[in-house]
Design a protein around this ligand. Structure first.
Ligand SMILES: Nc1ncnc2c1ncn2[C@@H]1O[C@H](COP(=O)(O)OP(=O)(O)OP(=O)(O)O)[C@@H](O)[C@H]1O
Length: 275
């Protein structure tokens, strides 16, 4: 079954320059797919369109998620609200309401499923709180449930956002550079969590990444973008440094960046540098 289908997607912010150019893609249910590309290649713009947060140019295009139309020819589909309830979105930052507890932030995932007045008043039942606590345990931060969200580290905030998507019952998770500002250890925990939700629950995951080594490690399939176009779509293992250089030229160094960061920069001072 198809989870995400994008046909003929165009987006123009500045006249004469397309941020997305005739983009077609299809992702099946249960896949975990990386979206890579140098800065400005169009990853975030694509994810915003799939989640219905941004409208395309008004030409012949269509985006469907789980067979529900998110948008068509630049207009949001009628079922976009219903469709959004199946989609959890994790951003690079600002996923949580800082002044609320972690638990309340995760309970926000249930807002589409409970009467609006209860949501507005923040009145959640014991059973609902249990669901949220289970999700927090799943991502390994149930001990932080009562803390204000502002006190969480970057990686913990990302995991809370994933817990919110689990609580929501999302069938598709769109994660827009969820590890871009994290250290390697926190980044791995976030990616482990996404992998777990994908493998255990069959949730379809599309995750945009700057670093190709995370794509290789976690995602069987990678879609690579450049200048708003898809220039590679296939087995992540095929993305060798050589192929990346062919695809991106000097920009390939940006995509190999985290590998370089994880390697020790200086192991010992050269002898002549010691006074
Ligand atoms: N709101 C906007 N207004 C004008 N131009 C925009 C807007 N959002 C994105 N763009 C442009 O669209 C292009 C694609 O940007 P996008 O943020 O999608 O790239 P990206 O691959 O996600 O980059 P990064 O990795 O730096 O986040 C860029 O040229 C960017 O400047």
């Amino acid at each position: 079954m198809v989870a995400i289908k994008v046909t003929g997607l165009n987006k123009t912010f500045t006249k004469g320059k397309k941020a997305l150019n005739s983009l077609d893609l299809q992702i099946d249910r249960g896949e975990m797919v990386a979206l890579i590309g140098a800065s400005g290649s169009g990853k975030s713009t694509l994810i915003r369109h799939i989640s219905g947060l941004m409208k395309s140019d008004s030409d012949n295009s269509k985006i469907e998620v789980l067979h529900q139309t998110i948008q068509e020819n630049g207009k949001l589909g009628r079922g976009v609200r219903a469709a959004r309830s199946d989609v959890g979105v994790v951003f690079q930052q600002f996923n949580l309401v800082n002044r609320l507890s972690v638990l309340t932030n995760v309970l926000v995932g249930l807002l589409g499923q409970i009467p609006r007045w209860r949501g507005t008043l923040g009145l959640f039942t014991r059973a609902e709180k249990m669901i949220a606590m289970k999700a927090l345990a799943r991502v390994g931060i149930d001990n932080l449930a009562e803390q204000r969200s502002s006190t969480l580290s970057g990686g913990q905030q990302q995991r809370a956002a994933i817990a919110r998507a689990i609580t929501q019952g999302a069938q598709v998770i769109l994660a827009d550079e969820p590890i871009a500002s994290l250290d390697p250890s926190s980044a791995r925990k976030v990616m482990d969590t996404l992998e777990n939700v994908n493998k255990e629950d069959g949730v379809t995951v599309l995750v945009s990444l700057h670093q190709v080594d995370y794509a290789l490690r976690y995602c069987p399939r990678t879609i690579a973008m450049r200048n708003g176009e898809i220039i590679f779509d296939g087995d992540s293992k095929r993305l060798t440094p050589k192929l990346l250089e062919q695809l991106y030229g000097d920009d390939s160094l940006e995509l190999l960046g985290s590998k370089q960061q994880e390697e020790p920069v200086v192991t010992s001072l050269p002898e002549q540098a010691v006074a």
